[in-house]
Design a protein around this ligand. Structure first.
Ligand code: PGA
Length: 252
């Protein structure tokens, strides 16, 4: 049984003060929920304070939204794996479509980051997904195949088992337009089959595949009931503490 993993991707939102206010409400409302793994990815500036606050509880794990692949050095504006490890960050979101389309990330840089994260014992949340144009052109499978094959080049099957993959159809991110549970399931099953050909069936059966793209309290349960959907990566709807608790509770 794969434990569901629900992650909040706050993107470029929340000051330190706002992050603390979120946690006040969120931790209280979450109660002793342990059936689902809960992860929060605040912006870099709030990681230290959120980490401190979460250290009192083992219910919520910390993620970063990005990292650089190099060892510490002359890379102005970048953050290393070591810096994240010091703050007890466990997961790192890599290859998010906003990073790919707005900040020039490629399958190759995503691969470098994935390997560096794994080498530092950080667990990548590797984001893949097609644009609307690619979907309309019948290219969903070829895009996912390429992003996984290139993104995971040089990653051993043992390391692959540590991975979380997030399937985020670009046309569903922040648009209010969700993939139907059947559409998402089809893509997730394909992703799992690709993972099996890259790392073997045992590994593919272990990897959790999240769905992302306009997940809300009202659609989480139906998405999560699909056999290959093992969680969600939630953007907009994770900014509200009560709404995010509802998503977590509806996901089991
Ligand atoms: P959304 O974003 O939930 O706002 O659609 C999801 C994501 O980009 O991770």
């Amino acid at each position: 049984m794969r434990k569901k993993i629900i992650a909040a991707n706050w993107k470029m939102n929340k000051t330190v003060g706002e992050s603390m206010a979120f946690l006040d409400t969120f931790l209280l409302e979450l109660g002793d929920e342990r059936r689902v793994e809960v992860v929060i990815a605040p912006p870099f500036t709030a990681l230290a304070k959120v980490s401190e606050r979460l250290s009192a509880s083992d219910r919520v794990k910390l993620a970063a939204q990005n990292m650089h692949w190099e060892k510490p050095g002359a890379f102005t504006g970048e953050i290393s794996a070591e810096m994240l490890r010091e703050l007890f960050v466990r997961y790192v979101i890599l290859g998010h479509s906003e990073r790919r389309t707005l900040f020039g990330e490629t399958d190759e840089t995503v691969n470098r980051k994935t390997r560096a994260a794994l080498a530092a014992s950080l667990r990548p949340i590797l984001c893949v997904g097609e644009t609307l144009e690619e979907r309309d052109g019948g290219k969903v499978e070829s895009v996912l195949e390429r992003q996984l094959r290139l993104g995971l080049q040089g990653v051993s099957p043992e390391d692959m088992a540590e991975l979380v993959v997030a399937y985020e159809p670009v046309w569903a991110i922040g648009t209010g337009r969700t993939a139907s549970p059947a559409q998402a399931q089809e893509a997730h099953a394909f992703i799992r089959s690709q993972l099996a050909s890259l790392g073997g069936k045992t590994v593919a059966d272990k990897v959790r595949i999240q769905y992302g793209g306009s997940v809300k309290p009202g659609n989480a349960a139906e998405l999560m009931s699909q056999p290959d959907i093992d969680g969600a990566l939630v953007g907009g709807a994770s900014l509200d503490a009560r709404g995010f608790v509802e998503i977590v509770k509806n996901s089991n």
